[in-house]
Design a protein around this ligand. Structure first.
Ligand SMILES: [Cu+2]
Length: 288
C-alpha cells in the first residue's frame, strides 16, 4: 500500500477543509466585507439548567438558532420555548399554568431542547426563532409531581429583529415526521452523528424525547419510570424537541452509538388529556 493511497489521504483532506472553514469564520468576524460567510451559519446560544434554575442570555437575534442545553443538575431538565403573543409576559404564562388545561391561545409551543443526561450532559436543537417575547420553561416534573417551572425554571427571552434572519436551515441526513400518534423516519438511523429534520404534521402539538435504552430495557419502560422516578432510569436521554406546534420544524443533532433507542411523546392529548405515549407515541428503534 502506497503512502499516497487515496484512503489514507482522505482524513488529511477533511482536516484541511475543517481548518479552512475555521479560518474563514475567523476572518468573517474580523471584517464586514465577509459578513455573507458568517451569515451562512446559524446563531448559537447555550442554556444551562440546574435544580431548579436556567442560566441563559436575556436577548438573542432572530433567525436560525442552534440551542445547546447543558444539564448541570441532578434531575432531568429540558428547555421548552413558549412564544408569548398579544403582549403577554412570563408573569402571564406563570399565572395561566396554575390551572390545569390546554395552553392559552396566546402561548405557542415553539420547540427547544429535550433533556440531555443530568450531571453535565448536553443536547442540541437548531430551529428558526422569530422576533418576539418567549418564556423558557421546564415542564419536567420532580418525583413530588411538581413541574420544574413551578420551582423556578422559567425565564424570559427576547428575540430581536436581525439582518441574519434568512440564514439557511442546517442540512439534515434523516427526516422524521410527528403525527397523531406516530414517529416516522425517512430511513433507519445508523451509528454515528446525525442531523434529523423533525416536522410536526399533526393538528396538535407533539414532542420528541430520544433516549438510549439500557441493556434489556424496552421503550415503554421510559414513560413508566418518568412517572415515579424510583430506581435507576431505564435509559439515558440524548435530546429531542419539546412541544412543537402544528407545522413546526426543528433539527436535532445527536450522536448515536449502537444499541436500542426510545422515541417518546409525553404531551397531553388535545381531546382526552392522556399522555400521547398511551396513544401509541412510544417507539423503539435499533441502531447498528
Ligand atoms: Cu404527542
Amino acid at each position: 500500500m502506497s503512502l499516497f493511497d487515496s484512503r489514507s489521504l482522505l482524513p488529511l483532506v477533511a482536516l484541511l477543509a475543517a481548518c479552512a472553514t475555521k479560518d474563514a469564520s475567523k476572518s468573517a468576524n474580523a471584517s464586514d466585507s465577509t459578513t455573507a460567510v458568517a451569515a451562512a451559519k446559524p446563531h448559537q446560544m447555550t442554556v444551562v439548567a440546574t435544580d431548579y434554575k436556567f442560566d441563559a442570555p436575556d436577548e438573542v437575534p432572530a433567525g436560525m438558532m442552534t440551542i445547546h442545553l447543558v444539564d448541570n443538575g441532578s434531575e432531568l431538565h429540558h428547555v421548552a420555548f413558549v412564544k408569548l403573543n398579544d403582549g403577554k409576559s412570563v408573569t402571564d404564562i406563570e399565572q395561566a399554568m396554575k390551572t390545569n388545561g390546554p395552553m392559552p391561545s396566546w402561548a405557542v409551543d415553539y420547540g427547544g431542547v429535550n433533556p440531555p443526561h443530568p450531571g453535565g450532559g448536553m443536547a442540541t436543537t437548531t430551529q428558526m426563532l422569530e422576533p418576539g417575547n418567549y418564556a423558557l420553561m421546564c415542564f419536567v416534573p420532580s418525583a413530588d409531581g411538581v413541574p420544574h417551572f413551578a420551582k423556578g425554571m422559567v425565564r424570559p427571552l427576547t428575540v430581536t429583529a436581525s439582518k441574519d434572519a434568512s440564514t439557511p436551515a442546517p442540512v439534515a441526513d434523516i427526516d422524521m415526521t410527528l403525527n397523531n400518534y406516530s414517529f416516522t423516519t425517512s430511513k433507519p438511523i445508523t451509528a454515528g452523528r446525525h442531523t434529523i429534520k423533525i416536522e410536526n404534521a399533526a393538528s396538535q402539538s407533539h414532542e420528541l424525547v430520544i433516549a438510549r435504552l439500557a441493556p434489556g430495557k424496552k421503550a415503554e419502560d421510559l414513560p413508566a419510570w418518568v412517572e415515579k422516578q424510583v430506581g435507576p432510569p431505564p435509559g439515558e436521554p440524548i435530546g429531542g424537541v419539546p412541544a412543537m406546534t402544528k407545522g413546526a420544524t426543528a433539527f436535532v443533532t445527536a450522536d448515536f452509538t449502537p444499541g436500542d433507542y426510545a422515541f417518546v411523546c409525553f404531551l397531553p392529548d388535545a381531546k382526552d388529556g392522556k399522555p400521547h405515549f398511551t396513544h401509541g407515541m412510544v417507539k423503539q428503534v435499533h441502531v447498528e
